[in-house]
Design a protein around this ligand. Structure first.
Ligand SMILES: [Zn+2]
Length: 239
């Protein structure tokens, strides 16, 4: 009797959820199509059609080349191509600026399923997201790269570390500086906490978008100085 009552309440709940869904359908965060019941964040069409780079299958690729002659890395790849006005731009914009942090988790799970079979990424010991300065994180409410890291972590069964690496300076005035000054500026921005456990590890460093690679490069330097090997992946690659 009790369980029957419970099941009636449950189905009433489902009914209400469906009704709400009719009025406010959840949409695909990349293309705005209404999502089907089994779809989450991205529609099936986008999962197959968003422009993937396949960089994880090529050791020599446009992302790994960004680091040539600057820092030695095990591997570097991005999931999507970032195109102006494209669906990936829409997706990243909502992820970074509109509060849809679940995008990072969902994309991370999809990419992680592929990276699980891709060397050198699948031999990483720990996943570390590029940190935001705490003032910026407070303003935004979250560090988007942590959500991407969490999705990758779930799919790849590799733990995360969100606390050891931190951003000591908020400055990111990259304009009107020479390459050397810019490098110096970026270099001292990231630090490792005292008594951190990151040493002798293969770290998978992750970020949302890579363009010049200077932020990732600065993180690589400090992680390598502490005696680690580094591979890196981002959600998107913008030329
Ligand atoms: Zn879509």
């Amino acid at each position: 009797m009790k369980s029957k009552a419970k099941s009636i309440i449950m189905s009433a709940g489902e009914y209400i959820t469906d009704m709400i869904g009719l009025i406010y359908p959840k949409i695909c965060m990349a293309c705005d199509r209404p999502l089907l019941k089994h779809e989450e964040t991205l529609c099936t069409f986008c999962i197959y059609s968003l422009p993937k780079t396949s960089f994880d299958t090529q050791n020599d690729n446009p992302v790994s080349r960004l680091f040539w002659g600057k820092t030695e890395i095990e591997g570097a790849a991005s999931y999507f191509h970032f195109e102006k006005g494209g669906h990936v731009q829409q997706l990243i914009h909502r992820f970074k600026y509109k509060g849809f942090k679940e995008i990072g988790f969902e994309v991370g799970k999809h990419y992680g399923t592929e990276l699980k079979n891709a060397a050198p990424y699948n031999t990483s010991d720990i996943i570390v997201p590029v940190p935001l300065h705490k003032s910026k994180q407070r303003k935004r409410g979250y560090n988007q790269s942590e959500f991407f890291a969490a999705g990758l972590s779930q799919a790849m069964k590799i733990p995360t570390d969100f606390t050891s690496l931190y951003r000591a300076k908020a400055t990111d005035t990259q304009t009107r500086k020479s390459r050397f000054e810019r490098f110096e500026n970026v270099e001292s921005i990231f630090q490792l906490k005292e008594n951190h456990p990151l040493s002798g590890k293969h770290i998978l460093l992750v970020d949302d978008v890579v363009t010049t690679g200077s932020t990732l490069e600065a993180c690589c330097h400090i992680l390598k100085e502490a005696g680690n090997k580094v591979s890196l992946v981002t959600m998107a690659y913008a030329k």
